[in-house]
Design a protein around this ligand. Structure first.
Ligand code: DGJ
Length: 767
């Protein structure tokens, strides 16, 4: 542990400066240069630098970008320029604070840009100012209590903890930065400790902030709605504030806890891209503010609206983690860094690196109209075609025959599930298939026995008529008795039969923030506590049932975020499984999240959300980019489609290792060109690549389309292994550099919504 001395200058030798590095972690290092008072965090290709200035020990952001050899960087903080630092000219303290590139900010003392931390004392005051006190550097990374977070062993990551303090409030702020040997990410989080003698209200605690000059950046955010999640939007960063956020109690369909800012000339392969992604599933704010002097402040954390946390003396508050990313290799570089980080350091459990069973889900097949016989009919057909798991969706419990009742009554409805659940599951198992089940634990229907017994268990504001969503209320999971009751009911169902998969759904967003379980001055804690409660329940579930495959879901893809990925290796991407719509939804999702995490199914046609009819084959190609499964009544689809299923199953088994583990390259996005979509997955060892091409609309009188396929070994020769599937592509052998820089000509295909796969493999004699 290093401390600032009386003059604010640390004077002990830093272990990080002389740290021995093993072969693996030569890619990463953290040092503190005591002379310049600069911290430097080196990831494989980037450096992140923080400085301490002035006798007040302000902590400033110095640099984030390509890896640097030198830590002689303190000059970048412009402390020699007017307005002067407070100690030299206290008369301009406000001007100094309003321009200094803060590493983590205070509030109401002169920095007029939006800040990361706000408080209210018992006397009603809101000023807060932070100064560096000490730091420590260690191997590995601590877990964040009660929260999802990235992880890694002692040889896989290193952590810097900087302790700051507001000496007046006696508030300690611990800033954590973890870096990884295999990925260019900086994982940041913040812990606030009240060392004073009286309670203080935290009215805003964001998790990270980066101040830098605006280099003509463009901002990228993700937007959507139900059935059209995560559309990519790009726009110039301008003066003032531009933000996205959610106050819906979940990360939401509408906006996403992610933002990037990139140089205007950045492409898929080159140029500066910075990004932040929040490892959290509740309310969030992501914002960039450009100041009067052209600097930007990017910040991310729990949305301050409706947030107020009472911190008692001696208490601490842990804010969730933000992943900061820089790539000099364009947007594609950013994407692959996120995929690598999440695959290696966020997703857990036995399915982390495993192929997932191909499932068939009965939602679009039957909706609520099913019984044991119907499910077994589907299972019989499905198992004969090679499908590996039957998932029974909504409607198996209470008296739920539509979406108006029974949430909370987690008891099998044996008038539908005749013979009982165990009988059904055993029969499905006898067919050689696994069995999975749908639940929605966070909800309560007004028409339920649970609500009749415990009307106060719903989140609500006393004296107001509760706002319904899908005719249901949200359960107040901040109350332990509620969590325990629901968990026990669901666990009893899971224990009653051989259930190997759970789809955990959440079909309405939060509103009416009010809890009968919290005192008046803690009502502002409700939404965060609800998110913590969700995490606690899912942690309990995967601990008690370690072999369970958990798939999260929220009215489609409203809670597809890194927080949920910590508990479930896959998340249902969207209720829109139309192959064309999925091109955009999956591209937006895969901007950040690995293909192995994207719940993607071949669904019925005409599609239930857009009414479009696409070829069965194309639906299969598009679903291959995710976990792969079926969402249709296999007993009712046309014979010709059914006959394609064994081939699709074989295709999944052939390609899924590559799709799950490989490097993803966007080649052309349908959302940009309205004509075709193309992406590739390249094996880490560059031995093969799978290219998916979907021509959305046929066009008259057009010549072929040139696509470039990056990522393969430039000096090796590849052949199209499945060339017979597309005889119009006459040349079948290419060098990697030719594929990357010259590309191949994709012949026009007659018709709409037609897809093709190209599988490139190393020419055999090079193995
Ligand atoms: C929303 C999900 O996204 C659907 O797949 C389905 O499970 C329904 N909920 C069931 O209510």
């Amino acid at each position: 542990m290093h401390r600032a001395n009386a003059l604010g200058r640390g004077n002990r030798k830093c272990s990080g400066c002389t740290a021995k590095t093993t072969e693996r972690n030569q890619n990463m290092n953290i040092i503190y240069n005591e002379k310049n008072r600069v911290f430097k965090l080196d990831t494989p290709h980037t450096s992140y630098c923080i400085g301490v200035v002035d006798e007040e020990n302000f902590l400033g952001h110095v640099y984030y970008g390509r890896k640097l050899g030198s830590d002689d960087l303190a000059y970048l903080m412009r402390t020699g320029e007017p307005p002067f630092v407070p100690s030299e000219n206290n008369r301009d303290r406000t001007s100094f604070l309003d321009t200094f590139p803060m590493e983590y900010t205070g509030h109401n003392l002169g920095d007029y840009r939006e800040g990361t931390l706000s408080v209210r004392t018992l006397s009603g005051h809101t000023g807060v100012s932070l100064s560096y006190v000490s730091h420590s550097i260690y191997d590995g990374k601590k877990a964040l209590e009660g929260l999802p977070a990235t992880f890694g062993g002692k040889d896989e990551c290193k952590t810097l903890e900087i302790i700051c303090e507001d000496p007046v409030l006696k508030l300690q702020v611990v800033l954590s930065y973890s870096i990884f040997a295999d990925t260019d990410a900086v994982a940041r989080s913040v812990r606030i400790v009240n060392q004073g003698g009286e309670a203080v209200y935290l009215t805003k605690v964001l998790s990270a902030c980066i101040d830098m000059d605006n280099d003509n950046y463009e901002m990228i955010t993700l937007h959507g709605s139900w059935a059209r999640e995560r559309a990519i939007q790009t726009y110039p960063v301008r003066k003032g504030k531009q933000s996205v956020g959610s106050v819906r109690g979940e990360s939401s369909h509408q906006e996403h806890p992610f933002m990037a800012w990139k140089s205007r000339t950045a492409t898929e392969e080159t140029g500066d891209v910075y990004a932040m992604n929040f490892v959290y599933s509740g309310n969030f704010l992501a914002q960039i503010e450009e100041s009067q002097f052209g600097s930007i402040r990017a910040m991310m954390g729990i949305h301050p609206e409706d947030f107020c946390w009472k911190l008692e003396p001696g208490g601490s508050f842990q804010a969730p983690e933000v992943i900061c990313m820089y790539s000099a290799g364009g947007l594609g570089g950013m994407t692959r860094n996120f995929h690598e980080l999440y695959r290696n350091h966020l997703i857990r459990g036995m399915y982390k690196d495993k192929k997932r069973p191909i499932l068939i889900n009965n939602w679009e097949a039957t909706y609520f109209d099913f019984d044991t016989d119907k499910l077994l009919d589907i299972a019989r057909q499905a198992s004969a075609l090679g499908i590996e798991m039957l998932v029974m969706d909504d409607g198996w419990f209470g008296h739920r025959d539509d979406d108006n009742s029974s949430l909370g009554d987690w008891f099998v409805n044996e008038s539908k599930i005749k013979g009982g659940l165990k009988y059904l599951v055993d029969e499905v198992n006898r067919l050689g298939m696994k069995f999975g089940i749908w639940v929605e634990p966070e909800m309560i229907s007004p028409d339920s026995d649970l609500y009749k017994e415990h009307p106060d268990w719903a989140i609500q504001i006393p004296g107001r008529v509760g706002s319904l969503g899908r005719n249901q209320y949200v359960l107040d999971l901040t109350r332990k008795e509620v969590r325990d009751c629901i968990y026990e009911r669901i666990a009893a169902v899971l224990r009653s039969a051989n259930i190997e998969y759970v789809k955990w759904d959440m079909n309405r967003q939060l509103s009416d923030f009010g809890s009968f379980g919290l005192p008046a001055d803690r009502q502002g804690e409700l939404v965060h506590r609800q998110t913590l409660a969700l995490y606690e329940m899912q942690e309990r579930l995967i601990t008690d049932f370690p072999n369970l495959l958990l798939e999260n879901c929220s009215g489609g893809g409203a809670r597809f975020d890194p927080g949920m990925l910590y508990y479930s290796p896959q998340i249902w991407c969207s209720d829109d499984a139309d192959a064309v719509e999925r091109l955009s939804i999956q591209a937006g999702t895969a901007l950040i999240y690995p293909l192995s995490t994207m719940g993607a199914h071949v669904s019925d046609c005409p599609n239930h959300t857009v009414g479009r009819t696409t070829p069965f084959e194309t639906r299969g190609y598009v679903a291959l980019a995710g976990t792969f499964g079926y969402e249709l009544d296999v007993t009712k689809i046309p014979e010709a489609d059914r006959e394609m299923i064994p081939d699709q199953v074989a295709m999944y088994h052939k390609y899924n290792d590559l799709v799950r583990q490989g490097d993803y390259y966007r080649i052309a996005r349908y959302a940009d060109n309205h004509f075709y979509d193309c992406y590739a997955v390249v094996a880490k060892d560059k031995s093969e690549a799978l290219v998916t091409y979907v021509q959305v609309l046929g066009r008259p009188n057009f010549h072929s389309r040139r696509i470039r396929i990056p990522g393969l070994d430039p000096e090796k020769t590849y052949v199209i292994e499945n060339a017979a599937d597309w005889p119009e592509i006459r040349q079948t052998e290419y060098r990697g550099d030719t594929l990357h820089y010259a590309g191949i000509n994709i012949p026009p295909i007659s018709g709409d919504f037609k897809g093709r796969l190209l599988h490139f493999v190393l020419r055999s004699h090079q193995f």
